[in-house]
Design a protein around this ligand. Sequence first.
Ligand SMILES: NC(=O)c1ccc[n+]([C@@H]2O[C@H](COP(=O)([O-])OP(=O)(O)OC[C@H]3O[C@@H](n4cnc5c(N)ncnc54)[C@H](OP(=O)(O)O)[C@@H]3O)[C@@H](O)[C@H]2O)c1
Length: 241
Amino acid sequence: MKTLVIGANGATGIHLVNQLINMNQEVKVIIRMTSEYPKSWNNNLHVKIIKANIYELHVNQMAEYIKDCNAIASCLGHNLSWKGIYGKPQKLVTNAVKLLSDAIVWNSPNRPVKFVLMNTSGNNNHDIPETNNVGEKIVLGLIRLLLPPHSDNEQAAEQLRLRIGQNHHLINWVVVRPDTLTNEKNVTPYTLHPSPTSSPIFAAQKTSRINVGNFMAKLMTEDDLWNKWKGQMPVIYNSEQ
Ligand SMILES: NC(=O)c1ccc[n+]([C@@H]2O[C@H](COP(=O)([O-])OP(=O)(O)OC[C@H]3O[C@@H](n4cnc5c(N)ncnc54)[C@H](OP(=O)(O)O)[C@@H]3O)[C@@H](O)[C@H]2O)c1
């Protein structure tokens, strides 16, 4: 199996790539020209590094990059700087999901490609449906207004939920929703839920980035897990809070 990972050199992306490598999977990563990434990837035959700006790629270029990939994962997110939050491209993740979906369709592969998108517990799955209480609605409205990356995350997930939908013949997807991200050295027990079990606004739980990477890697490599969560937006929490 070969997986393309975007946002691969981010705090979660690195864990995902390293865990795929440990599972003996082939990985392609798209990394910006000047961005840093683990030097060990340079000498690893399982990793192919593509130096490019994802938002400058055309669909035919992306189609070429992913034509030998049967899975795609995004850990892309806005950098936590003024430029990252308020500068362009404001629809970084949404446009990347659209570009990658269009590239899969362009290639028209024989079997559906797995697409795993890292998202947030602060985004609802409207298929279920999930609702927010008044307090959560007010806070989420303010977040949407003041923090454009949140809207980007919401719209990125909607690209898969609505534009691709449940029965696409070329693309199957899972949207992974961690709660408050933390850094841990090792994978620890974690739980998965169709919807948040506590308010992401008023009673947020912890999810370590390495656990997110572990779940995403397992989703792409374990058919039973994939079939269990396909077309859904699982929420992931560390077991120990
Ligand atoms: N913070 C939380 O508690 C929380 C909770 C739930 C979900 N999330 C979501 O999870 C996402 C990932 O989290 P993280 O901590 O792993 O993120 P991160 O370390 O900030 O990584 C972000 C990745 O996106 C890339 N990126 C950023 N701006 C880019 C641009 N303009 N063009 C191309 N690539 C760009 C970065 O590459 P460069 O090195 O090239 O910049 C990096 O690979 C977050 O963005 C957020 O939406 C966060």
